[in-house]
Structures are given as structure tokens and as C-alpha cells.
Design a protein around this ligand. Structure first.
Ligand code: UFG
Length: 329
């Protein structure tokens, strides 16, 4: 058993990871400023309200608690928002991560798993599958902020100060299969929750953003990954750092996806089947900044973490999300 600090543990992926950590027997401290998270999503561990920008509070926290590792989720995630408010994103995501890393260094906490994203790759419609080593060309401040933190982790690992694993998520979706927690972004911008809101009559329709992409049906293709599969990968990653600590520092980055992409149309059709509800679909122009296709080469994580997606087939993913979302206000 290890004591794990989880900044951002009240958010969507964080709260599911907290459940998985608890089920694996770990002791958890969730640290979240609730700017986007929900305190009632924290179903295990101790909850402390606080910001990763608050160095004094982090100092007290690390002094009082014997932390073995950090799983860092605390970040703003809306790519579109990041274009409008880059400073907010750089402050929270980059300066916040630096403040957290400084507190870790001061208290000699060496292990960190970092929430990264496929957005570090940018617009690579020329590639079928994106592997970890391709050039990082983010196309928005959100992607840049995540890549900057990865660079900090890599450089600190080179000095021997830390052991880090960055997990680059593709399209996180799904919900706890027992329906205890799920995705609750305000406002919601992600495709699957919006489709299901159209199915339950909370929205008049679902809009398809772009039908002229160079894909078989003209709509964007994404690699959707179930949040429970993501959560399991975080447990594996942190346990790997704890079981095989490097004294000279280590940094590794892994894609978390399925290597299988679905188009917007395919997701909508599957959602109509799963819910048994027909709803209006409206074709619109492209949303600025959307790459046509983002699909992971997920072979590295399979080999390094001995991890496979188990609930990320489209039907299971939609069924789990529907079970949670249909009862949401
Ligand atoms: N889409 C629609 N209609 C909608 C909402 C979305 O057609 O109402 C389309 C988008 O244009 C896109 C696809 O559905 O082609 C998926 O869009 P999401 O907003 O659900 O997700 P994104 O692919 O834009 O981004 C997500 C995360 C990012 C992360 C990225 C990695 O929000 O943080 O996945 O693949 F970087």
C-alpha cells in the first residue's frame, strides 16, 4: 500500500482513478480547488480543498503527510477556451505544475504520473496511428501547456530528481459501470455526453461539426477510451514507479488509447441503437482547431504496463455512459 496524492482527483478522470486506487488498496489524498471538480465525486480517501498554485498549502501538505507518489490531474482542459484565454491555461497548467513539482522536490517526493493528452501531437491527419515519438506540434495553448509540463518532467528526470510517467489520453469517455460517478463538465462540450443529452431530450439535437474531412464518411475520427480503462492504467503506472524506483531519474510517455477510431456519425448511430431513441442530427461546418483524425498507436502501453482496454468498445462505453447520464438532472 502506498500513500498517493491526487491533485485534480475530484474531476472526471481523477475521481475514477481514485476509486481504482482505493480498490487496489492504496491510501489516497485528493487535493482539488473544485474549479471544475465536484467534492461529491470523491468516493474514497481524504479530500483537501486547495490549488496547485498555493505553494504554502502544498508545503504544509507534504510536510504533514508521508506521500509516496503523486498522480497529477489538476489542469484546465478545454482546448477552445485555451485559445481565448491562453494566460489562464499557462498559469494553471504550467505554473501550477511547476509549483507542485517544486513542493515535491523540497520534500523529496520522486514519483509522479502526469495527465497528458493526444493534443500534444496536433494536427497529424497524414498518419494512421500516432506513436509516442512523432514530433510534438500542438495547435492550441492547451496542448502546448501539457507538452511544456512533459518537458519539465523530462528535464527534471535527467537531473535524477524525479521518476515520471506521462499518460497521453486520447478521447476519454464512459462512466463508472456501477453508475456512482461520471462525466459532469460545465458546460459540456464533449461529443458523447452531448449525443446522450440529445437522446434524453435535454438538447434539441446533436450537431456534427464538419462533414468534409478526408475520412470515409467525411466526419472526424477519434479514439474513444473508457475512463475505467484509463483509471486502471494510472494504477499500473504508479505501481510501476513504486516497484521499480530509479535512483538516477526516469521519464516515459505512453499513449492511452485503443488503436481503433470511430467517426462522429458512427458514434451517433451506435448511440441511437444503445438508447433505442431517435433524435435530430444537424450537419454544420467544421469546429476550428479540430484535427480530422486522432487515433493512438497503443502498442507501447500494452507492452510497458501490461495493459489492454477492456471496456472501450463503443457499445460498452455508450451503455455505461447512458446508465449514468440518463439519471442526471
Ligand atoms: N463534435 C461534434 N459535435 C459536438 C461535439 C463534438 O461533431 O457537438 C465532434 C468534434 O468536432 C470532434 C469529435 O466530435 O471531431 C470529438 O470532439 P470532443 O469535443 O468530444 O473531443 P476532442 O477530440 O475535441 O478533444 C478531446 C479532449 C481534448 C483531448 C483530445 C484528445 O477534450 O482535451 O480529446 O484526442 F486533447
Amino acid at each position: 500500500m502506498a500513500r498517493i496524492l491526487v491533485p485534480g482527483g475530484a474531476g472526471f478522470i481523477g475521481s475514477h482513478t481514485v476509486l481504482a486506487l482505493s480498490e487496489a488498496g492504496h491510501d489516497i489524498i485528493v487535493y482539488d480547488d473544485l474549479s471544475n471538480g465536484h467534492a461529491d465525486s470523491v468516493l474514497a480517501g481524504t479530500f483537501i480543498e486547495g490549488s496547485i498554485l498555493d505553494s504554502a498549502k502544498l508545503d504544509v501538505l507534504f510536510k504533514e503527510q508521508a506521500i509516496d507518489a503523486v498522480i497529477h490531474f489538476a489542469a484546465f482542459i478545454e482546448a477552445g477556451e485555451s485559445v481565448k484565454s491562453p494566460m489562464t491555461f499557462y498559469k494553471n497548467n504550467v505554473a501550477g505544475s511547476l509549483t507542485l513539482l517544486q513542493a515535491m522536490a523540497k520534500h523529496n517526493v520522486r514519483n509522479i504520473v502526469f495527465s497528458s493528452t493526444a493534443a500534444v501531437y496536433g494536427q497529424r491527419d497524414d498518419l494512421d496511428l500516432l506513436s509516442e515519438e512523432i514530433t510534438k506540434q500542438p495547435i492550441n495553448p492547451y496542448g502546448h501547456s501539457k507538452w511544456m509540463v512533459e518537458c519539465m518532467l523530462r528535464d527534471m528526470a535527467t537531473t535524477g530528481a524525479i521518476n515520471a510517467i506521462a499518460l497521453r489520453y486520447f478521447n476519454a469517455a464512459g462512466s463508472d459501470p456501477e453508475g456512482r460517478i461520471g462525466e459532469r463538465h460545465e458546460p459540456e462540450t464533449h461529443l458523447i455526453p452531448l449525443i446522450l443529452d440529445a437522446a434524453r431530450g435535454k438538447r434539441p439535437n446533436i450537431k456534427i461539426f464538419g462533414t468534409d474531412y478526408a475520412t470515409p464518411d467525411g466526419t472526424c475520427i477519434r479514439d474513444y477510451i473508457h475512463v475505467v480503462d484509463l483509471a486502471r492504467a494510472h494504477v499500473r503506472a504508479v505501481e510501476l514507479l513504486l516497484e521499480r524506483p530509479s535512483k538516477t531519474g526516469s521519464y516515459d510517455a505512453m499513449n492511452l488509447g485503443t488503436s481503433q477510431g470511430y467517426s462522429v456519425r458512427e458514434v451517433i448511430d451506435a448511440a441511437k441503437q444503445v438508447t433505442g431513441i431517435d433524435f435530430e442530427v444537424i450537419e454544420e461546418g467544421r469546429r476550428p482547431g479540430d484535427p480530422g483524425k486522432l487515433v493512438a498507436d497503443a502498442s507501447k502501453v500494452a507492452a510497458d504496463l501490461n495493459w489492454q482496454a477492456e471496456r472501450s468498445d463503443l457499445r460498452t462505453l455508450l451503455e455505461d455512459t447512458w446508465a449514468f447520464r440518463r439519471n442526471l438532472d
